[in-house]
Write a protein that binds this ligand. Structure first.
Ligand code: SPD
Length: 351
């Protein structure tokens, strides 16, 4: 089965992938929910489903994926069980509960629902408010908030810079985003709240940073596009912005638009080329609210059952990396050919 599925996937499908997806399909007949349970890129999950359907083990029926009698027999013969649900319901598996009762969190909750709607051209798809609050809580817990100079590089539809600003505990927060709607939205709130430590500005991250930002920050945050050159360009630039050893970066990496093959390359870049150490990888920390342009994506076309997602299925791991002596970033411009395929390639299909 793995060999057959490999014909439809960008890289080799190995037997564990088939087993994961089959177990996920025992847990849910919904394509998107099954991907979430299997924690597998859309393209690989679709390849396994296609191979199972061609072998007459699985069929699509009224938007759902159902085992055929032959499929059910195989599942039983292999002893495959649905995945159990042991996740903590309070923290949703993040390992910490956002401090909803704190004044800054309450202020954030008051504003967040008015944020501009996601745009496909920028691959927007915002994380849930709980995710944003949990990210700030994690920074506070790791000593990466109080008195720090913080740089937020894009993905500000997640409103991370705003949430950090509202704590009034960072020394300075510089927020960069290409989407002028978001920058205008934040400027209004900043004025209303009388915040003096947050500076949002429209910035195209294809351009190099001005000299004063190089080595100017204690912390960077981003949620980068996941094609390899785009990832390298974003993270290397974040690293170039760090002041000294002990400074840190936070970012999200999915297993929806990237495979473990690609994670290995990302990790090699960060550790070997940039001299960073990975201190945290918290799976499924980031939950993304479904975006309005789903039906126009390749991901949607890859679902043989056709039905759109009914609940949150797109999640990512939250990484924290820390600079060690000798670390090295790069502040090169992002080349036009990198930008052309910034969001989509053979694995990235949700934009
Ligand atoms: N296109 C779907 C929304 C994706 C949001 N960006 C996730 C980037 C993760 N590094």
């Amino acid at each position: 089965m793995a060999r057959k599925a490999s014909l439809y996937a960008p890289s080799e499908v190995y037997p564990r992938m088939v087993e994961q997806m089959m177990r996920a399909l025992c847990s849910s007949s919904d394509f998107w929910e099954a991907i979430d349970r299997a924690n597998m890129p859309v393209v690989f999950a679709a390849a396994v489903v296609r191979a199972l359907m061609e072998a007459d083990l699985l069929k699509a029926h009224h938007g759902q994926l159902q085992w055929t009698p032959k499929g059910r027999e195989l599942v039983e013969a292999l002893g495959l069980r649905p995945f159990p649900h042991y996740q903590c319901l309070n923290c949703e598996g993040r390992g910490l509960v956002p401090p909803y009762h704190k004044p800054w969190a309450e202020a954030f909750m008051k504003y967040e629902s008015h944020r501009p709607a996601p745009r496909q051209e920028y691959d927007q798809g915002s994380v849930t408010p709980a995710t944003t609050l949990a990210r700030v809580a994690l920074m506070e817990q790791r000593g990466d908030l109080d008195g720090k100079d913080i740089l937020v590089m894009g993905a500000e539809d997640d409103l991370m810079g705003l949430a950090i600003g509202l704590t009034r505990r960072a020394r300075k927060v510089v927020v960069l985003d290409i989407d002028e709607r978001i920058i205008a939205f934040e400027k209004e709130i900043i004025q209303k709240e009388g915040l003096t430590n947050i500076h949002p500005q429209v910035f195209d991250l294809r351009n190099p940073f001005p000299a004063e930002w190089e080595g100017g920050f204690d912390i960077f945050l981003t949620d980068p596009p996941e094609t390899l050159p785009a990832f390298k360009a974003f993270i290397a630039r974040g690293v170039a912005a760090l002041k000294r050893p002990g400074a840190a970066g936070y970012f999200g990496l999915t297993l929806r638009d990237s495979s473990l093959y690609r994670w290995r390359k990302f990790q090699q870049e960060m550790v070997s080329t940039m001299g960073m150490v990975i201190t945290d990888i918290i799976q499924d920390f980031n939950h993304y609210m479904n975006w309005g342009y789903h039906e126009a994506t390749r991901a949607s076309a890859l679902n043989p059952a056709g039905a759109p997602p009914r609940q949150i299925w797109y999640k990512s791991a939250w990484y924290r990396i820390e600079a060690l002596p000798g670390f090295q970033g790069s502040n090169e411009p992002i080349q036009p050919e990198v930008f052309e395929s910034l969001y989509s390639d053979d694995e990235g299909v949700t934009t």
